[in-house]
Design a protein around this ligand. Structure first.
Ligand code: NAD
Length: 445
């Protein structure tokens, strides 16, 4: 099938590439000329496991093209995806300016029937606004073209995006017109061969499904962080508690890891946007507000542990902290809303220097913070330790999981580790003569 995709970010690029991989003819369109030029030359602007060879192979095969020419993309697509960003507005609601700009562009160039697909995460009612915007733009140029607007939210996880896209848990299709559902079923048929993954529903339910999924996951994280903080106070170890509850199949093992707070481009903004939607409809989002408040507090928790160790903030002045991890989670270079950003600011304000290493997010860190005398970007985890007083681990990359604690004991002048993801066993760390601070590990504090 002929597919056009507006937006070549994490979602648009991965979706376009996976659709091309199964044989569709895909044109990806973006307003960012540099990104499009780079992609045409095989330069992938994001780090996502498995993505680069797939983009290159499909581009070389002519099934995946990149352009800034919206007219050409609209003319090409029998299915046209909207996969642009929906960042938070000032009040936390989703900013729809990019989505609606694409709707106007589609209305400006549409010549033949198409199914327009909202893949961006958008508040309930957005498909109606997209439909009205396209219809108004068509009417403005005196054109009459049949089109449908379908909600098809994306559930891929950064860090496993290609895998998720090739083997989705479910494909949610929200549509009012059975023909449009049929078109998307044909499009996704290669991903739906072994068992039924399509969940078809009305448009509004599909739009809400995406927010419900992210809000549920964020709730699990904040819940566990709340328990961790209680554990710390009462002298219990949240890791024991986690094992104790995860074994209950009604609770399960996923997303019950306490840590330094959730970040990324989705959970923080989607929880806020759902809360705004709820308020706008006269329902107080008590639970969602709490989920967000717990997370905000949690992002400052590692620094609180540092203050607990050092006594007060003035003791951090002039110290050098090795920081392992910068990305908001492993296997990505994405730093949006990353907990590391809060910690960096707190450490700098306290007058500390940071020597940081992340396997993928160094360039992104350099782009965000530029050159600073209190930030040294290191080429390895090892190098970050040079001259450091303390180690903080904030992203659970696999390569940070089993360091040589004796070596760390020799290298860190203050002999202390702050483990923001509970990667280590306190006993192992303490046996090497280091002080250990984890999240919710009451017994060690
Ligand atoms: P992103 O910021 O990485 O990419 C958005 C892209 O859209 C950019 O390249 C931008 O230049 C382009 N763009 C903006 N306006 C455009 C226009 N008028 N025409 C063409 N291109 C335009 O965003 P993302 O992370 O891919 O997220 C896209 C949407 O998908 C968001 O609504 C997000 O909430 C949702 N989502 C994201 C993820 C994720 O893990 N990143 C997962 C599921 C859903």
């Amino acid at each position: 099938m002929r597919v056009a995709i507006f937006g070549t970010g994490y979602v648009g690029l991965v979706t376009g590439t996976c659709l091309a991989e199964v044989g569709h003819e895909v044109v990806c369109v973006d307003i960012d000329q540099a990104k499009v030029d780079g992609l045409g030359k095989g330069v992938i602007p994001i780090y996502e496991p498995g993505l680069e060879p797939m983009v290159k192979a499909n581009h070389a095969a002519g099934r995946l093209r990149f352009t800034t020419d919206a007219a050409q993309a609209v003319a090409h697509g029998e299915v046209i995806f909207i996969a642009v960003g929906t960042p938070p507005d000032e009040d936390g609601s989703a900013d729809l300016q990019y989505v609606l700009a694409v709707a106007r562009t589609i209305g400006t160039h549409l010549q033949k029937p198409a199914v327009v697909v909202d893949k961006s995460t958008v508040p309930v009612g957005t498909a109606d606004r997209v439909r009205e915007t396209i219809a108004r733009t068509l009417a403005g140029r005196g054109a009459q073209v049949k089109f449908d607007v379908v909600s098809n939210p994306e559930f891929l996880k950064e860090g496993a995006a290609v895998e998720d896209c090739m083997r989705p848990d479910r494909i949610v299709i929200g549509a009012d017109n059975p023909e449009a559902v049929e078109t998307l079923r044909r499009l996704y048929a290669p991903f739906n061969r072994n068992h039924e993954r399509v969940v078809s529903m009305d448009v509004r339910s599909a739009e809400l499904t995406k927010y419900a999924a992210n809000a549920m996951l964020a709730t699990k994280i904040s819940f566990m962080n709340e328990i961790a903080n209680i554990a710390e106070k009462v002298g219990a170890d949240v890791e024991m508690v986690r094992k104790g509850i995860g074994s209950d199949p009604r609770i399960g093992w996923h997303f019950i890891y306490p840590g330094a707070g959730y970040g990324g481009s989705c959970f923080p903004k989607d929880v806020q946007a759902l809360a705004r939607t709820s308020q706008q409809h006269g329902h107080a989002p008590t639970l969602l507000d709490a989920v967000e408040a717990v997370n905000e507090r949690q992002k400052g928790h590692l620094f609180e542990l540092m203050l607990r160790h050092y006594g007060d903030v003035s003791a951090l002045r002039g110290r050098t902290v090795a920081l392992w991890g910068l990305a908001f989670k492993p296997n990505t270079d994405d730093m949006r809303e990353a907990s590391s950003r809060r910690l960096l600011q707190q450490l700098w304000e306290a007058g500390a220097k940071v020597r940081a290493f992340d396997p993928e997010a160094m360039e992104e860190t350099r782009r965000i913070f530029g050159e600073r005398t209190d930030l040294v970007l290191c080429d390895s985890a090892e190098e970050a330790l040079q001259g450091a007083d303390a180690l903080v681990v904030i992203t659970e990359w696999k390569q940070f999981r089993s360091p040589d604690f004796d070596e760390l004991g020799r290298r860190l002048a203050d002999a202390v580790i702050f483990d923001g993801r509970n990667l280590y066993e306190p006993d192992d760390v303490e046996a090497a003569g280091l002080a250990y601070y984890g999240i919710g590990r009451g017994r060690s504090i």
